[in-house]
Unconditional design. Structure first.
Length: 266
């Protein structure tokens, strides 16, 4: 009887630990950019609107004073008030549980981050490669927002690149070479996502845990963001299945020890 109760309790504890992080609300705010990427890109959106972008958003969790980067996923949502200096409350969930992304988008986003994120950012969220860091935001937008059945920012579709600029001593210098390099790099990423051919272009997989941030309350704050979990080392992090197996193993060992002790007592 003791062994059975121990087993059930152990499994319950493991399952609780797995799902406990999915209901956390965080207070986030936008951080000023101390070091901006050296690249700026111009994107033409659906309807012909042209906007300039750099890379993901530097944020800080006011509850833990942890600074990290997030990537906005929706180009067409009113976001006034989000990430204000007063702080906006966000509910967090895993990418797998996100109600805002299709299963296809989830698989493509996971593939993108697994292979590109650690090439763009270091373990402390500083830049590893500013060029990749800027392109990562555009790849997220293409996956989430383009309604076509392909991934490309060259032409057609809902989104496309129209210009690339390099920041040089305070002046923006147009660069055709930079634009072509950006497009060819994104072509490589999108083709690798669709064909699972990352290894063919020399990209190794670094499994990362992704978190989706959903505005908690407020009719004017409906933008969602995605980023690498800032509270867990993003390399070699046990997946829920692994944790469950480990928990079952611990529970089984405990049950075996209890049964053996009871047998010895008899």
């Amino acid at each position: 009887m003791f062994a059975k109760r121990f087993f059930v309790l152990s499994v319950a504890m493991v399952i609780s630990a797995i799902f406990a992080t999915r209901t956390v609300a965080e207070t986030l705010l936008l951080e000023p950019r101390d070091v901006a990427p050296a690249f700026r890109f111009t994107m033409t959106e659906r309807g012909g609107t042209v906007q300039n972008y750099w890379d993901g958003i530097q944020t800080k969790d006011l509850d833990t004073d942890t600074a990290f980067r997030l990537f906005c996923t929706d180009l067409y949502t009113y976001t006034s008030g989000a990430f204000s200096y007063s702080g906006q409350i966000y509910d967090t969930t895993t990418l797998a549980d996100s109600p805002f992304h299709s299963n296809l988008q989830k698989a493509q986003l996971q593939s993108l981050f697994d292979h590109v994120y650690t090439k763009a950012y270091n373990d402390d969220y500083s830049y590893n490669n500013e060029f990749y860091a800027a392109l990562l935001q555009f790849a997220v937008w293409e996956i989430v927002n383009d309604t076509g059945d392909y991934l490309s920012l060259r032409s057609g579709g809902d989104l496309r690149f129209t210009n690339a600029e390099v920041l040089d001593h305070g002046y923006y210098v147009s660069s055709t070479d930079t634009l072509e390099l950006a497009l060819s790099t994104l072509d490589d990423w999108f083709n690798a996502i669709l064909g699972d051919t990352w290894s063919e272009i020399g990209y190794e997989e670094d499994k990362v845990n992704l978190t989706v941030y959903i505005a908690a309350g407020g009719s004017h704050v409906s933008q969602t963001f995605i980023g690498v979990d800032p509270y867990a080392k993003h390399y070699q992090t046990p997946e829920p299945t692994t944790m469950l197996i480990m928990g079952l193993g611990i529970a089984g060992a405990g049950a075996f020890a209890a049964r053996r002790r009871k047998k010895q007592e008899n």
